[in-house]
Design a protein around this ligand. Structure first.
Ligand SMILES: Cc1cc2nc3c(=O)[nH]c(=O)nc-3n(C[C@H](O)[C@H](O)[C@H](O)COP(=O)(O)OP(=O)(O)OC[C@H]3O[C@@H](n4cnc5c(N)ncnc54)[C@H](O)[C@@H]3O)c2cc1C
Length: 296
């Protein structure tokens, strides 16, 4: 917003601007400016980074609220329960440290890239987004907010103000793995996030498995989740993770990999991530893996 001093913009001011004009919203700019390409920078931008109501992470009786302008670095540095380890691992994979310092969690979601690293771990945390305009506030499950590649349910007069994560067991554990063609500054070929919890008898009571970059929008593998829910963590879980459970993925062929390669990779990554997450579940003997990668 060009007319005000930095720091003086309130959320209400910003929503009023959006109600009156179609002004592009700018957070860290790490998606916005590269996407402009050769086009000139608009004369007016709504820079939301100084709006204090949009920053920070807090907890209440319903769960966790992550402000829209929370950066990936903020997430990495935040004290969060173990169930957020997958989100933290994803934050460390976004671009480089400079990108993590500027790029925000809401910018990642609103940009709605099929390869957005924030989406799988947030789906695995059952996240929803809070959207605000001058007239209303509404909350949408993340899976309904992103409705296609580069497409969201955000109305032109709305801001994404926060991400809500429902309360989750202290015993839940999560992980994230991103497969790329090199270690740093890489766009995903496939990525997976897993959240697991077991009850006091050692049976899986919460199973959430999300694959990204293998369909138009990252998605939970519901058939696989149902197969694993209720199983003892000592069961031969790996042998139940069969290729047919990945049929709901529809990966494309592109320069980074063929669809067939992506699907095979997703299968392997899911197996490894489930195994490593099972091993982190508290109070239960740890499953082991032999040198051929087989569960034993
Ligand atoms: C070199 C480089 C490497 C990158 N690597 C990765 C990577 O590894 N993984 C990955 O996932 N991404 C990567 N990105 C993309 C980008 O850094 C992330 O998606 C980042 O989280 C975007 O946040 P931002 O605040 O910069 O968004 P911005 O660029 O400011 O905004 C992105 C879009 O969201 C809209 N928007 C932003 N905030 C809001 C809001 N609160 N309400 C409504 N609309 C909003 C903007 O209008 C814009 O359309 C990379 C980018 C670069 C330049």
């Amino acid at each position: 917003m060009t007319q005000k001093e930095p720091g003086s913009l309130s959320l209400n001011d910003a929503l009023q601007v959006l109600a009156n004009d179609s002004v592009p919203i700018l957070a860290g700019g790490t998606d916005y400016f590269p996407a402009l390409g050769e086009k000139p920078v608009p004369t007016q931008l709504l820079d939301i980074t100084a709006i204090s109501e949009l920053s920070g992470i807090c907890k209440d009786s319903q769960g966790w609220h992550i402000g829209a302008t929370t950066t990936w670095t903020d997430i990495i540095n935040a004290e969060l329960p173990a169930a957020f380890d997958g989100l933290k691992a994803a934050a460390k994979e976004v671009g480089s440290i400079q990108i993590q310092n500027a790029g925000t969690i809401a910018g990642n979601l609103c940009n709605a890239s099929p390869a957005a690293d924030g989406v799988p771990p947030l789906l695995a945390l059952n996240a929803s987004v809070e959207l605000a305009s001058v007239n209303q506030r509404r909350r949408l499950p993340l899976a309904e907010f992103i409705n296609g590649p580069r497409s969201t349910a955000l109305a032109v007069d709305e801001l994404l103000v926060s991400i809500h994560i429902p309360a989750i067991s202290d015993d839940a554990r999560s992980g994230f793995y991103k497969l790329g063609s090199r270690k740093y500054l890489v766009i995903s070929i496939a990525m997976v996030s897993v959240t697991l919890a077991a009850d006091s008898n050692g049976h899986l009571s919460d199973v959430r498995i999300v694959v990204g970059a293998c369909s138009a929008v990252a998605r939970r593998l519901e058939a696989l989740e149902k197969t694993l829910l209720g199983l003892s963590i000592h069961a031969d879980i790996m042998s139940l993770i069969t290729p047919s459970l990945f049929d709901e993925l529809t990966p494309i062929d592109d320069v980074r990999g063929s669809g067939e390669y992506r699907k095979t990779a997703a299968h392997q990554i899911v197996m490894r991530l489930i195994l490593s997450t099972l091993r982190q579940l508290p109070q239960h003997p740890k499953p082991s893996i032999n040198s051929e990668g087989q569960h034993s």
